[in-house]
Design a protein around this ligand. Structure first.
Ligand code: GLY
Length: 363
């Protein structure tokens, strides 16, 4: 293991000690909050612990990770706001727990989440519906990352229905979300009755036509995963197109601002969570492209991770809850700007684990 990994492990040990059973989402000035379990980010801390367990074999990580899928499952039997992001919640908890330990309850919970996600598919428009309430025709780029739970379920029970849904949604991403130049929309609104494309919505990005950096990262990593599960070249090409746009748009230190198309970057915040998720996705692309192309993606991932490690990480601050500084949650609403976010931390750990030989995968 390299030195950075060793420092990261010490850091996670401290966070474990301090955070106990908190469900972390946002860290303000070094203290993680304790968000409700149906919030979309509730699986990421468990995912960090499972990766540490898989990398080290140390029981303390397994013990700390063990109950996360059971806790989140309780949301299904009470009023909740679960939606398209159940993949984000059950892949880093139930699916990886089942893969690593064979726990049958974890398998049951993961399959339940996959069924729930499949039930959100709109067959007229070939998309997975985002969120709840009035947004019946909305689909978002974030869902690209949730498809992995459908691919997992299809393989686990030998039922291609889950693949059909995941592939249909992924084709919609290629057709309606990824623009000609490789940039990506956040939200597309479809007519929920006819399935026709209605409009783009700016969502968490600067606006219509902009390029919200975490949305680019969700697409890049999500399309690379989709290729891994399907072997269909169109998804690898899609991931590469988004990656090229992402890399060409980065500032000098390889860590993006929160949107690549903000008219004036002066005073605008970065988003380190977009950087870590994209870096991990770039390593996935590097695994699948022809050998002579691979270094382009793996070197780009390493540059991003190096910049995160030396400029934005808190590995030398053991008591600071939060691994990466300068993440941005929702800039247009002014929510969680310039903070640590648990998913930014998760993808940093995921990427660093991959760079240190981790062969398993969660997404
Ligand atoms: N999935 C919501 C976000 O990326 O902020």
């Amino acid at each position: 293991m390299d030195k950075t990994w060793q420092n990261l492990q010490k850091k996670v040990d401290c966070m474990m000690e301090q955070m106990k059973d908190k469900t972390p989402h946002v860290s303000f000035e070094g203290v993680y909050d304790d968000i409700h379990l149906d919030w979309w980010t509730s699986g990421f801390w468990g995912g960090i612990l499972w990766i540490l367990y898989d990398m080290t074999g140390e029981k303390k990580y397994r013990d700390a990770a063990w109950e996360w899928d059971e806790r989140i499952e309780k949301c299904f039997v009470r009023e909740n706001n679960l939606h398209h992001d159940v993949g984000f919640q059950f892949l880093p908890t139930a699916v990886i727990k089942y893969k690593l330990t064979g726990d049958k309850d974890a398998r049951r919970r993961a399959l339940m989440a996959a069924n729930f996600l499949a039930g959100r598919f709109n067959i007229a428009g070939n998309f997975i519906r985002a969120w709840n309430q009035e947004k019946i025709g909305w689909s978002i780029i974030d869902s690209s990352m949730n498809l992995s739970i459908l691919f997992w379920a299809a393989e686990e029970i030998g039922d291609p229905r889950f693949n059909h849904i995941a592939i249909a949604h992924a084709k919609t991403v290629v057709k309606h979300f990824i623009r000609e130049d490789g940039s990506v929309k956040h939200i597309v609104n479809f007519d929920a009755q006819t399935g026709d494309y209605a409009e783009e919505i700016g969502g968490q990005g600067y606006g219509i036509g902009s390029a919200w950096s975490r949305g680019q990262a969700w697409a890049l990593h999500g399309m690379a995963n989709t290729y891994k599960y399907t072997g269909d070249e169109k998804f690898l090409t899609a991931a590469q197109r988004v990656a090229h746009f992402f890399l060409a748009s980065l500032p000098e230190d390889h860590v993006p601002y929160w949107d690549f198309r903000v008219p004036d970057f002066e005073g605008e915040p970065r988003d380190t969570s977009a950087a870590s998720c994209a870096a991990s996705g770039l390593l996935e692309i590097a695994k699948h492209v022809p050998k002579e192309q691979s270094a382009l993606y793996s070197k780009a991932a390493q540059k991003i991770i190096q910049s995160l490690t030396y400029k934005y990480a808190t590995l030398d601050k053991p008591t600071y809850e939060g691994i990466l500084l300068e993440a941005t949650g929702h800039r247009p609403k002014g929510h969680n700007v310039n903070v640590s976010l648990i998913y930014g931390d998760y993808f940093y750990v995921e990427c660093l684990a991959k760079l240190n030989g981790w062969e398993n995968n969660i997404f």
